[in-house]
Design a protein around this ligand. Sequence first.
Ligand SMILES: [Mn+2]
Length: 320
Amino acid sequence: MKNLFEKLTETMKKCDKAILVAHQYPDLDALGSCLGLSSILNILEVENYIYLDVDKVDNYSVNLALPFCSDYKFINNDTIDSLLTENTYLIVLDTHIPDRIENPDLFNKINKVIVLDHHIKNNNYIKETEILYIDSTLSSVVELIAFYANYLEINIPSVIASIMIAGMEVDTNGFNVKVTEQTFNAAAILLSMGADMIIKQNLLKESKREYLRKANFIKSSHIYRKKYAFCLLDSPETTQEELAEIAESLLGLENVEASFSIGQLDKKTVGISARSIGNIDVCEIMKQFGGGGHTTNAASQIEKTTMKLMEKNIKKVLGD
Ligand SMILES: [Mn+2]
């Protein structure tokens, strides 16, 4: 990691500006890592911007966090062009798959690219990069950014550290999965910077309406072979995020070792979110349907199928 940090600092010191971008439908790890890195670059006196259309964010927690971020410079497609120079770097956080970033057209505008991610490497990764760092042993990208700040002996503002620790909590399903000794070390670094657990808890709250909608889906779930929980969302449309939340909730039910939530993302696409407590590799299962992720946390999106058929297919992979 030290080599990465040295190279990153060296590269940043000689660039004109940096544009930070995360994946579409940003969550608190995506936003938190952008804000954390932006804070570091501010101290290094590197002009930097976060590429995010703040008016179009639909993640509840991210919308709760954004009012805390008025000191940060957000840009979107309407405002980016006039900022770009030959020596502008694009820093991609929390994904390494080219068409997952907030706006894949950015690759046509900026050719110097750095990727920092913690997902299991996909064959479809961003190929032309100055730095490509993908470490799937990290719980989250905020974990990496916390270590980077610590390495540089830079203090990230406490409110941003609070958002970052919330991002870590989201990505680890409440410090339950993908957690290593390093994760807690990174959390300790954020706490030493003044991360506020009250702000963190407030960011992770949800609306009563959403809570009840989720509870209704969970009520309709069923347990298969005593340890697999399945939930088919009876709704014309859901989001990958809602599927993830439901799969995570199902994992908390007694005896459940792996959970699968299946829903209609749009008219032609079925989404699946899978979670496990660690002894079942849900990534392997999702790979069979063109998806991917981590052992404990994976997803897939399949076109031209039905939820029922996908339930059947997953059960087939699990064995009768
Ligand atoms: Mn993440």
